[in-house]
Write a protein that binds this ligand. Structure first.
Ligand code: HSE
Length: 428
């Protein structure tokens, strides 16, 4: 039976889950995959963690140099995270011709093209199923399952922390800070939640997934990014009355006009399959020209769901002699011929506070009309307190250009006709 040696760099949550999965399932993989995958070496300075996981003394490496020089190691698993040390170690492994499997979305989003070129030069693989949506096999689906299609659209809930927070705000009417604290207490959100709540994590994932879906290099810097920190529970409740659910969506669209990539809080119809993805669950909804629509759903984080993705790459690399690389010409300027659309079109929900007196509505509508924005629905809600003549006014627009909305909102702000409380994009 073929024997494949692996090393694990970093025994945090995902590295630890990967170690346990590989050790516990070794015989199962021998039987089902006809391959003996052996953890030869682990590299982590945390001796308590090594002990907790029961790593045998002879498997503990002293340095990365020792790992990459070990001829018994075919595959190096990187579960350190971040770009600095992780990238340095990955480059050392690739330069020694060792296939790398990683869960590192930030490194892959920022450096995969450079790393893949090093892998190609050294005839080894670079696999990263675990970098996006944890246990959900979205990358293999894009690389294999849906290759028959032009993928025209992708919409994903790719961050569990923010989905948990928005679910709590929707279900309990909790405000953002309260829901965040609950997510932190449950271990979903980190002490410093910036990476999740400001949507950096979703942005990295969208750049990786849309590069694969659209066969083109999509740098993370091209993704329009807005997080959830300013989401008001009031809008979630009002949106519900209009038949919408609010989600942090990672949206990629590919058409003859170009590629559009954006992450922001988005209203979707309550009957959309993504609307029922709640708590810390993730899902990716794809539209292909032959396939029509599909949705993959599951756990996007956690030790074992993510280890499932890491180990699936290890098994793939251990059982295939042919290496899979990106499906477009990967050079440093691969994105220079791609047209990225920043003035995208979508529908909008706008909540204003206005003075409830004759003529105000007409003036507000004339501002929208000036910028060619067509209104689908207007609803004036009741006064928020008895002795104020200010009322909330909610406007839903037809599909319109982002810049038109920005101009109209800027005009409303200077006109003092209304206070613009929130602007939320709406996808059908
Ligand atoms: N922090 C991420 C999430 C998981 O909340 O989904 C890892 O990307």
């Amino acid at each position: 039976m073929k024997r494949v040696g692996v090393a694990i760099l970093g025994l945090g949550v995902v590295g630890g889950g990967t170690y346990k999965t590989l050790v516990d399932h070794r015989e199962f993989y021998q039987k089902t995959q006809n391959v003996d995958i052996v953890v030869e070496s682990v590299l982590d300075k945390n001796t308590a963690r090594l002990k907790e996981l029961g790593v045998p003394e002879e498997c503990i490496a002293g340095s990365i140099a020792e790992v990459v020089a070990n001829p018994a190691i075919d595959i190096v698993i990187e579960t350190i995270g971040g770009v600095g040390v992780a990238k340095e170690f990955v480059m050392m492994a690739l330069k020694e011709g060792k296939t790398v499997v990683t869960a590192n979305k930030e490194m892959i989003s920022k450096c995969s093209h450079e790393l893949e070129r090093i892998a190609r030069r050294n005839s080894c693989g670079l696999y990263y199923e675990a970098s996006c949506v944890g246990g959900v096999p979205i990358i293999r689906t894009l690389l294999d399952g849906v290759q028959a299609n032009h993928i025209t659209e992708m919409m994903g809930i790719v961050n569990g922390t923010t989905n948990y927070i928005l679910t709590k705000m929707a279900q309990d009417g909790a405000d953002y800070q309260t829901a965040l604290k609950e997510a932190q207490a449950l271990g979903y959100a980190e002490f410093d939640p910036t990476n999740d709540v400001e949507a950096f994590d979703s942005t990295y994932k969208l750049s990786i997934l849309s590069s694969m879906a659209f066969h083109t290099k999509v740098p993370y810097t091209k993704v329009h990014r807005e997080g959830i920190t300013t989401v008001d529970a009031k809008d979630i409740a009002i949106g519900k009355e209009f038949g919408y659910a609010l989600k942090l969506l990672a949206i990629g669209k590919n058409s003859a006009d170009g590629v559009e990539v954006r992450v922001h809080p988005t209203f979707i119809p309550a009957e959309h399959p993504l609307a029922s993805v709640n708590d810390a669950y993730n899902a990716v909804y794809l539209r292909g020209d032959a396939l029509d629509d599909i949705m993959l759903y599951g756990k996007g984080a956690g030790a074992f769901p993510t280890a499932s993705a890491v180990v699936s790459d290890v098994i793939y690399a251990a059982t295939h002699s042919e290496i899979k690389y990106s499906t477009f010409k990967n050079n440093a300027t691969a994105d220079s011929n791609v047209k990225f659309i920043s003035d995208f079109s979508t529908a909008y929900y706008i909540r204003l506070s206005v003075v409830d007196k004759a003529g105000v509505l007409a003036k507000i509508c004339s501002v929208f009309s000036k910028y060619g924005i067509s209104i689908v629905e207007i609803a004036q809600k009741g006064r928020e307190c008895e002795n104020s003549d200010v009322v909330p006014l909610v406007i839903i627009t037809h599909k319109t250009k982002e810049n038109a909305i920005r101009n109209a909102v800027a005009k409303l702000k200077v006109s003092e006709l209304a206070t613009v409380e929130s602007v939320i994009r709406v996808e059908a």
